[in-house]
Design a protein around this ligand. Structure first.
Ligand SMILES: C[S@@+](CC[C@H](N)C(=O)[O-])C[C@H]1O[C@@H](n2cnc3c(N)ncnc32)[C@H](O)[C@@H]1O
Length: 213
């Protein structure tokens, strides 16, 4: 678990609301229809950070069911606070490593979309192996998507963007929805906190939107 500084209100929200909106990690597949109490679409968001994007997307797309995964406790408290304040009923949180959640909890061919916005770039070469977007991870992710499901990635690290493009383009099951390789930010993806900071530093932002064949 990642700790970091947690404010009193984030801690209080986490203590009070995680049992309501969270789903405990388990080494057993879950039934998403049962978890959300209704049919899809089912969207998985990996690494929601402080949850700003998650909350906006959930309130703008009330028909989406968003399973949001992160290990950062202050962010989990922050997102729970937003769920409560905005009265959102279409987000569930799993506080656990996303690779384990995908592998054990998510059943094959069940997700309509996976969103991974500004994953940790691990800029030092010797740390590149810690990056999330690598071929085995993308294969796992593809296996959990339905046919025509979407993989939407975004980053402000050009060299990681290139890696994402290479890894996704090399997966035969994925089709790039943009002829140019990278896509412009779709209007339904709000700016994230990390993105705004990156933009202030002059980092170019790349979106990648692939579809499962
Ligand atoms: C750089 S932040 C981006 C947060 C947010 N998406 C944004 O754009 O503001 C990356 C987030 O991914 C989370 N994360 C990294 N590896 C993870 C993993 N294996 N499973 C779940 N969350 C992870 C971190 O805790 C962090 O909150």
């Amino acid at each position: 678990m990642r700790s970091g500084h947690i404010t009193l209100s984030q801690r209080a929200a986490r203590d009070r609301l995680l049992s309501k909106w969270g789903h405990t990690f388990q080494k057993e597949p879950i039934d998403l229809q049962e978890v959300f109490g209704r049919q899809g679409p089912f969207v998985l968001e990996i690494g929601f950070g402080m949850g700003e994007t998650t909350a906006v997307m959930a309130s703008e797309h009330l028909d989406w069911n968003i399973l949001a995964i992160d290990v950062y406790r202050p962010g989990i408290g922050a997102l729970l606070g937003k769920i409560d304040k905005l009265g959102l009923g279409n987000i569930r949180i799993v506080e656990w490593d996303a690779v384990d959640v995908l592998e054990y909890m998510i059943q094959p061919e069940t997700l309509d979309a996976v969103h991974i916005y500004f994953p940790d770039p691990w800029p030092k070469k010797r740390h590149h192996k810690r990056r999330l977007i690598q071929p085995p991870f993308i294969e796992l992710l593809i296996s959990r998507l339905r046919r025509t499901g979407i993989v939407h990635l975004a980053t402000d690290w050009p060299e990681y963007a290139q890696q994402m493009l290479e890894v996704c383009s090399a997966a035969p099951a994925l089709l790039n929805t943009s002829a140019d390789g990278f896509s412009p930010r779709p209007s339904w993806r709000p700016l994230t906190k990390f993105e705004s900071r990156g933009m202030r530093l002059g980092h170019p932002v790349a979106d990648l939107i692939f579809q499962k064949r």
